[in-house]
Design a protein around this ligand. Structure first.
Ligand code: B1M
Length: 213
């Protein structure tokens, strides 16, 4: 089994310490950090999701896999965000109300940070008012990023974007959205300025949107 496959296996089995150690070993062996992330960890979460959908595992096992991935990402983080550019502005990031998924959002935050933005992470289950207060409290915020992972929280995403769109500060920010059930069509429909399918694209999109202000 290759080192990256070992990482994937450890994430699937929810072994946090083992995952961190294997990621370190993979890096020492010269594996590409992006490959460790995508082929090792993100791939494993896909497998976990399928198993959960097919009733082969419980939520607790899904949670253990998520913890393992987080430990692995901690080790990988400095290798993914190296070469940080000068400040490109601030972005407020959060997972919308009712939604507790944050791995994807955290990766998006890391990648956006790596292209020079300062990330203000509001965390998970973020009420609409908190997003609004965040922008009001930080006059230098240029972007708001909202993540949603459940089909049931797409409505929260819609409500959050609608509320942000109605604020007097709207013309000084751009809104970007993402998450597995979100599509470009949905983003357009709810009045967001941009959508991206993954963390690398999110960083590109952030730069593009900020340049439009
Ligand atoms: Co949940 N869960 N979960 N879960 N979970 C999914 C999402 C699910 C698809 C699994 C499945 O059934 N196959 C399913 C949703 C089904 C649906 O809505 N259609 C599901 C479910 C049902 C649930 C619960 C309802 C289960 C239950 O309790 N019965 C429950 C809901 C809790 C809640 O939120 N209220 C629940 C709970 C959990 C855990 C807490 C156990 C755990 C999350 C832990 C955590 O995040 N800290 C968990 C996990 C781990 C998953 C899966 C397995 C993995 C998610 C993940 O981290 N993926 C997931 C299955 C799957 O995704 N295949 C699943 C890896 C991550 C890198 O990808 O998050 O898509 P992703 O992020 C990507 C892109 O989407 C994009 O970039 C990221 C990086 O490339 N992106 C953005 C994300 N946000 C963005 C924002 C942007 C731009 C791009 O701009 C701002």
């Amino acid at each position: 089994m290759s080192k990256i496959q070992e990482v994937a296996d450890a994430v699937e089995r929810g072994k946090a310490k083992l995952t961190a150690g294997l990621v370190r070993e993979a890096l020492n062996e010269g594996c590409d950090p992006t490959e460790i992330l995508n082929k090792g960890m993100v791939g494993a979460m896909g497998v976990i999701g399928e198993k959960f959908k097919n009733n082969e595992i419980f939520v607790t096992e899904m949670l253990a896999a998520a913890r393992a991935m987080k430990k692995g990402v901690e080790v990988l983080r400095p290798h993914l965000t190296a070469g940080r550019a000068a400040s490109a502005g601030k972005i407020i990031l959060g997972t919308v109300s009712g939604d507790l998924h944050d791995i994807g959002k955290n990766l998006v935050g890391m990648m956006i940070e790596s292209v020079g933005f300062e990330v203000i992470d509001l965390g998970i289950d973020v009420p609409i008012e908190r997003f609004i207060r965040g922008v009001e409290e930080h006059p230098d915020v240029v972007l708001v990023g909202c993540s949603a992972l459940l089909t049931t929280t797409l409505q929260s995403l819609r409500d959050t974007v609608a509320a942000l769109n109605a604020q007097p500060f709207r013309s000084r920010i751009k809104i970007m959205v993402g998450g597995a059930p979100v599509t470009q069509a949905f983003a357009d429909e709810i009045g967001a300025d941009g959508y991206s399918a993954n963390a690398a694209e999110a960083a590109e999109l952030a730069k593009k949107l900020a340049d439009m202000l």
